[in-house]
Design a protein around this ligand. Structure first.
Ligand code: NAD
Length: 367
């Protein structure tokens, strides 16, 4: 097979700082595991606006469509807050998601034992937690028509429409079942079939898709109950699949079970390309953190874990992804922490590059 291609878009703020550490990890896999990647780098967000007057150049968009996977750092910053809506840094990110048709957003909520004290929940409820939320990303109430604010009588009315076609539900459900097959073979589908017709259709289509995955245990839950269960007993779940709106809320809720923003990766996947790999973009959940940008304080782990997801979901290298995750776990277990992970007991935080050093050393130790 030809060398896999990666497009790296570091973006703004801490994006380039954390991406430097990811690049070291990518190089490590090339040198030590004989897994070279053909890497190119380009601009997105405010950095692209500064260079080209747009948050994503057409040439960059074209490159993103061609590569096997895109790795993105973060976009945005206060210096861009007053820009016209159409050229704001976030528009670059939205254009990538839309034109690559990345319909399944994967957000793992995984609690490293060493960080269990960071959760707002009791340690025994989150220790060892490993769940995956699949959020439908390109349809639903954020996109449905009609929408807008209209005059009706003597007052205004705000309108949004929840709309899902069977095929949109089916492809999101299929992504969830495929994932479950690589994990603990459980899917819980969340909607509000008790009060929403789109929820009734969602439930019917997911139930149909499940027939193709007889090994996977399917359950259904109303999304409000799902939110309660996520904070009551999150370890009951393996893969959760839900729509765009509920997924937005439930994935943030689940993510916070595990502590710091600096630890959270994500993947957005689309349809398979000619080579069988899905269209894919991997990015940390956090933003550009302007309050700490340029100071070497950012935690690179969320971005490095995003690359681990790329190894697993784009490059079929699940064992190598696990190697990387275990290296990070070992580093955390040794007590190494960036500033965002410092507990009340204090200590000296590692810089972004020192955390990168520690992870590379743990990878070396894994050989
Ligand atoms: P943020 O995620 O950038 O930061 C929130 C807080 O978490 C800050 O205190 C920050 O220092 C801290 N933090 C975030 N990531 C960290 C890391 N890796 N290591 C250590 N600490 C970390 O969110 P915000 O402050 O609301 O937004 C800042 C900018 O980022 C805005 O312009 C916003 O639009 C943009 N943003 C971009 C994305 C993205 O690119 N996907 C996502 C969210 C926000």
């Amino acid at each position: 097979m030809s060398t896999p291609t990666l497009l790296i878009l570091p973006g703004d703020g801490i994006g380039p700082e954390v991406m430097d550490q990811v690049t070291r990890v990518i190089d490590w896999f090339g040198d030590k595991r004989d897994m070279p990647f053909d890497v190119s780098t380009d601009l997105v967000g405010g950095a692209a606006y500064d260079a080209h007057g747009v948050p994503l150049h057409d040439d960059t968009m074209a490159k993103a469509q061609e590569v096997d996977a895109v790795l993105l750092g973060a976009v945005g910053g206060p210096q861009y807050d007053d820009l016209d809506f159409r050229v704001k840094p976030e528009r670059g990110l939205l254009r990538l998601r839309k034109e690559m048709d990345l319909f399944a957003n994967l957000r793992p909520a995984q609690c490293f034992d060493a960080l269990a004290d960071f959760s707002s929940l009791k340690k025994d409820i989150v220790a060892g937690l490993d769940i995956m939320i699949v959020r439908e990303l390109t349809s639903g109430v954020y996109f449905g028509e009609p929408r807008g604010i209209i005059e009706e009588g003597n007052e205004r009315v705000g309108i949004n429409t929840q709309r899902y076609t069977e095929s949109e539900i089916e492809r999101a459900a299929r992504a969830a079942f495929e994932l479950a097959m690589r994990r603990n073979k459980k899917v819980c589908s969340m909607e509000k079939a008790n009060v929403m017709e789109s929820g009734i259709l969602w439930r019917e289509v997911v139930t149909d898709v499940a027939k193709d995955y007889p090994e996977v245990e399917l359950s259904h839950m109303y999304a409000d109950n799902g939110a309660m269960q996520l904070v009551r007993a999150p370890k009951q779940f393996d893969v959760i699949v839900t729509d765009n709106l509920f997924g937005d809320i439930l994935s943030d809720c689940a993510a916070m079970l595990t502590g710091s923003l600096g630890m959270l990766p994500s993947a957005s996947l689309g349809a398979p390309m000619a080579n069988g790999r899905p269209k894919a973009m991997y990015e940390p959940v956090h933003g550009s953190a302007p309050d700490i940008a340029g100071q070497g304080k950012a935690n690179p782990i969320a971005c490095i874990l995003s690359f681990a997801m790329a190894l697993r979901y784009s490059f079929d290298q699940g064992d190598e992804a696990t190697r990387l995750e275990q290296a990070i776990e070992a580093v955390l277990a040794s007590g190494a922490r960036t500033g965002d992970l410092m507990g009340p007991e204090g200590g000296t935080p590692l810089s972004t590059a020192e955390m990168g050093d520690a992870i590379i050393a743990a990878l070396d130790a894994s050989l």
